[in-house]
Design a protein around this ligand. Structure first.
Ligand code: HPA
Length: 265
């Protein structure tokens, strides 16, 4: 609660009801906020410093389409050695602050053979292949012990995102995101397995945050920036730098989508 109180004191009265987690290469979106107040992680009790290049470390609060929005620039990943509870700490803080809608974004590899990256994919559902869950341990008073996960990604928000995409002429696919631990990219055999279990995209984030968001009753919209085809689908070798560059190339379309969703909420 301390982090939430400190943030509230910095933000003032206009508490955001919408928070956006920015994925790899997608941090540019924070620049879209007007009248921004930036709070570096170093100033927030309990927040560690992110260790991955391309991931800053600050919360930015400002106006998007006149709506107060909080953006998390720099996320904590399990592959950095963080406990899933740390990965989800920002979402718990957002919930303490009264945030009701969480928009999660990430960079992901495309598994569906028809995907031609760079491309945005609405997350319809996910598979937790990280074998970790941020709700492990004593139940927090404000959270459900056994949250229902039959609709992790809110159907109405997805419909809204599809409408905005259509209106704005942004190509938006929809599919299942599989979260793996990383940090090594997958082998071609692992990608064939993920395809068999129904995954359309693969990445190393998002699921811990979404699990906590659902346990706190937040509505979630998830958008993957498909930066590359997953291993074995093409013979191209994967590099983090290329993932970041492809993510940055999609930032503009992502901004159009997020702006439209926030405006029409
Ligand atoms: N695999 C896992 N995570 C990723 C990928 C990938 O191919 N691309 C971007 N994030």
């Amino acid at each position: 609660m301390i982090a939430a109180e400190l943030l509230q004191s910095k933000i003032g009265n206009d508490a955001p009801k919408v928070a956006v987690i920015l994925g790899s290469g997608l941090q540019g979106l924070a620049a879209a906020l007007d009248d921004a107040v930036r709070v570096p992680y170093a100033d927030i009790p309990g927040f560690p410093q992110p260790t991955v290049s391309g991931h800053g470390g600050e919360l930015v609060v400002g106006l998007l389409e006149q709506v107060p929005v909080l953006m998390q620039s720099g996320r904590f990943h399990s592959y950095e050695g963080h406990a899933p509870q740390t990965v989800a700490l920002p979402v718990r803080t957002f919930a303490d602050m009264g945030v009701e809608i969480l928009i999660v974004t990430n960079a992901a590899g495309g598994i569906r053979p028809t995907f031609r990256p760079p491309l945005l994919m609405l997350i319809a559902d996910h598979v937790n292949y990280m074998w970790r869950n941020p709700l492990l341990g004593p139940k927090l008073e404000s959270e459900e012990r056994f949250p229902d996960m039959s609709e992790p990604y809110d159907a109405k928000l997805r419909e809204l995102a599809r409408d905005v995409a259509l209106e704005e002429g942004v190509t938006l696919e929809e599919g299942v995101y599989a979260a793996v631990l990383g940090p090594s990219y997958e082998t071609p055999a692992e990608i064939r397995m993920l395809a068999i279990i129904g995954a359309d995209a693969v990445g190393m984030s998002t699921v811990p945050e979404v699990v906590v968001a659902r346990a706190r009753g937040m509505r979630v919209l998830g958008i993957s920036a498909i930066t590359n085809l997953a291993a074995g689908i093409t013979n191209v070798r994967l590099t983090h730098e290329e993932v970041l560059a492809a993510g940055a190339a999609m930032s503009e379309n992502l901004e159009v989508l997020v702006r439209g969703v926030v405006r029409d909420l």
